[in-house]
Design a protein around this ligand. Sequence first.
Ligand code: ADP
Ligand code: MG
Length: 572
Amino acid sequence: MNWFSRQIQKLIFTEGPAREPGHPSRYRRMWRNTVITVAAVAIIPLLGITFVNYYLYHQSFQKELTEPILRITSITKRSLESFLEERIAAAKYVSSREKPEDLFDQKKLAGIFSRMRKSFGGIVDIGVIDSTGIMRTYAGPYDLAGKNYRNQDWFDKMLVRGVYVSDVFLGHRQLPHFIVAVKNEDEHAKPIIFRATIDMEWMVRQIQVAGLKQNCDVFLLNQSGSLQTPSRLFGEALSQFPGRLPRYSEDSELIEEVTIQKETYLMGYAYIAQSPFLFVIIANNRDLNKGWLSYQREMLAFLAISIIAIVAIIMGITTNWVTRIKEADQRREASLHNIEHQNRMASIGRLAAGVAHEINNPMAIINEKAGLVNDLLNLSDDDSPLKEKLRKQTDSIIKSVARCSEITHRLLGFARHMDVKHEPVAVDALIRDVLGFLEKEAVYRDIQVEMSVPDSLPTIHSDKGQLQQLFLNLINNAFDAMHRNGRIDISVVNQKPDKVVVAIRDSGVGIPQEHLDRIFEPFFTTKKSKGTGLGLSITYGIVQKLRGSISVESEIGKGTTFTVTLPVGGPA
Ligand code: ADP
Ligand code: MG
């Protein structure tokens, strides 16, 4: 990771050739665009697949949740309906089979009651009501005979419909129960109503079996939303259901997700035929969704890890790739720069050689004429002070001309395509020879020269004379750069497989940055009249001819290192 961030830092914060300040470098842009594009190509399909997967899984999960609830709803609906059906059928059977006079006979009714109780559970009492609404006979635990039902609203409904199932109510015993009543007619077409009270306990038992299975809340509601059986969540029988009553439907149905008292539930419901009842089963969404939530978490974690891994890999590969491009660009730029430099040097060299050649002839004439003037002066034996003065002038002319021709000769040497010799050279011995020339000066100026050479230095094939010239120039410059007490370190290294590298380090004044580019140019000198500015340009030419290379590093006040690399095989 460390390497990684360093690479990115390098790319992002070290400037390539930025066109405008404040704009990211070309490589940074390249890096960013590549990362974004490749990541998008990899991540978008991943997101798509995950999304589809999520959707399908969610659907099947929902189905798995809702199916058992639907099944229980429809089973319970059927069993409640058949329970009611049985009791209604029994009431119908009794009221149509028994003669009216038997029904209105208290004793006979008691017999019917005990027979019915034996065959059907849950019957609390029975009674027979005549067309005027008076309960004429009654069998059961209370004394209801003679009671008038004329004004109860179920009585009228009953007369119209023929069959009636009441809402649940608390009777005298404070137990919830409901009434099933059927209408029949006597021979004068007068209505006779047979009425049975049914204990709610029986219904409760029927539905509780369903609730146990799924750990859900189950209960019955009537059409006005009042609980007909106790509910685990919403209280005792006859309290009001806090949710909205679902839409009427004959089939068992399922409403997904209802919100009751700020909690969401999955609710299944079914209207029970021939009755005011509505069966409801409710499951807490939070419990149901536990599995789903954990799946969601796992999927998100997987997605996050995948994306992080993809992005990390893409960043790694892109960093590597862009770094390589950057390095290749830098190499190309450097070699272009090199070629340009070489071309410049070559043309300056040719120009200089041309100039030197042209100057040589007039110089020779000046020299000759000055010599002639001198000779003439010598011939005359007049000792006037003027003669002395003249001789001084001519001497100075001759000296200057000598310096000029030294320069022109060196220039010509620099430009001339001298044939390169090809002889075995021991580089270390050659450098020692050169140092030999300078020994006296070194002692005089208190300059220490150290040399390090490995044991097995290969003999290279090269041009001895030109190499001497090369090292002489470099070491001379090092001397010039130092005052007293300087130090020169020369190290020779065998760079495998086929190069010998000579580094000449001095502790001199160093070369300012703005000069580094120009020191190899002919006539570039900082030494005023003492220097010609040709040493390094000649050195450069020699290195090129010998198929080597030269580089320089310098720090102001600390010193300068010139490094010359020579091929062991020599100039081919
Ligand atoms: P010259 O020695 O005649 O000035 P050169 O071509 O040999 O010409 O060197 C060019 C210039 O490069 C020098 O004038 C000097 O400023 C700089 N230079 C070369 N070598 C060194 C060195 N080792 N330390 C400091 N400056 C140097
Ligand atoms: Mg020099």
